[in-house]
Design a protein around this ligand. Sequence first.
Ligand code: ADP
Ligand code: ZN
Ligand code: MG
Length: 479
Amino acid sequence: MKYETVIGLEIHCELKTKTKIFCGCATGFGADPNTHVCPVCLGLPGVLPVVNRQVVNYAIKAGLATNCEINGYSKFDRKNYYYPDLPKNFQTSQFDLPIAEHGWVDIDTEAGKKRIRLTRIHMEEDAGKLVHSGTTIKDSASSNVDYNRTGVPLLEIVSEPDMSSAEEARAYMEKIKTIMEYIDVSNCRMEEGNLRADINVSLRPVGSDVLGTRTEMKNINSFKALEDAINYEIERQTEVLEDGGHIIQETRTWDPERGITLSMRSKEEAHDYRYMPEPDLPPIVTSAEEIETIRKELPELPDARRSRLMEEAGLSAYDAGIITSSRAMAEYYDAITATGADAKLAANWLMGDLAKNLNAEGKTIEESPVDAKRLGEMILLISKGTISSKIGKTVFKEMWTSPDAPEKIVADKGLVQITDTKEIEDIVDRVIAANAKAVEDYRGGNKKAIGALVGQVMKQSKGKANPQMVNELLTKKLG
Ligand code: ADP
Ligand code: ZN
Ligand code: MG
């Protein structure tokens, strides 16, 4: 039997509000344990929560950016369970009236564009963090709890089971991350847990329209872990089914060290959350006007930006896709072209030398020592013929460690391209005289031999001769 994979993701996205969802405590990451707490987020008796309206606005923004319908009438519910990181013994979340529903995003697959439907987006509070003294819970002498994260606002973005491979799940999660970055509602730092996914995976016979039994892997916070965990789970489930067994609906954990998933708890042990309406919070009512105001604040989103770069700048779908995959990169690109620099050259330098240098030093584009304006000015020097693109690389290298304008670097280092015919001609004559073999080959019909001669001229001019003039002069003199 051939099986096909079915995947649905529940993505948790931490919002970048200054304060928590129901109290005035700060949300910052990395503070000393239990310093961002108060009676409200610690769930002490008698306190009353107040909704941070910024959370609602961010949630609506996220819903609109993912083509959801926004529910003008929405409410909070209590999800009851006991765990030490949850001081109230319930999580304030949303159940039957989430803030946003019925959305979609498009992803690129090998077979073309694919639409992934979003079931819903709802708001909820994050739980605290258990800190174990050992590396595993078993060898820990003690476990401590840090409530700083308790009450940090989260969006839960639930997809329909529309993905059918690890690559598609990754592309979907990347798309959600990019959109959340563009609309600026989350820092989206996966390594800090700003963005994490619960992955639901099942198999079914090819062609069947009935869903198979799924397993769920929680709190995956890197793209690599997401792909590895899914691929492992596909293999494991295939083996179970091929051996005539049944998949048990259960929660499994992904062990990145061993590269396997392990059973945590089965459905029988699953919690009954006893959802109930939150009596301490009024319903969230948002008027159509308020929703439209937020819609108007939306920036140009990744797909639209990508289409624009393809149409206006003539970039390939691939290049435009890479450039718009991060808002910072897309803005950097627009800032290069704003200097008047050529669109394609801008893309090449951005994805080439700039990306290479940033990668080598582990820097983000915001930390780039060469800003978009200076890079644009350098590209203009190439387009004007002041320097060759080869010399451009030298200038770029220099710009990386010097704050000087590219014109100044070119002038100080004497890198201006030689366009003086006489000067180039002298070098060409010298090279022809000194390379009898290549000249003979060329005249004997091996036209490729000219390459070596061009190379010699460029070398003797320290890369400064105008390559087109060198070619023309050589062809004329050898012809
Ligand atoms: P919960 O995990 O809270 O029980 P749901 O039943 O709504 O919630 O499912 C959560 C996620 O699991 C959704 O993203 C959904 O698309 C996905 N999902 C549900 N059934 C399957 C299945 N059989 N195979 C793969 N994914 C599934
Ligand atoms: Zn608090
Ligand atoms: Mg789930």
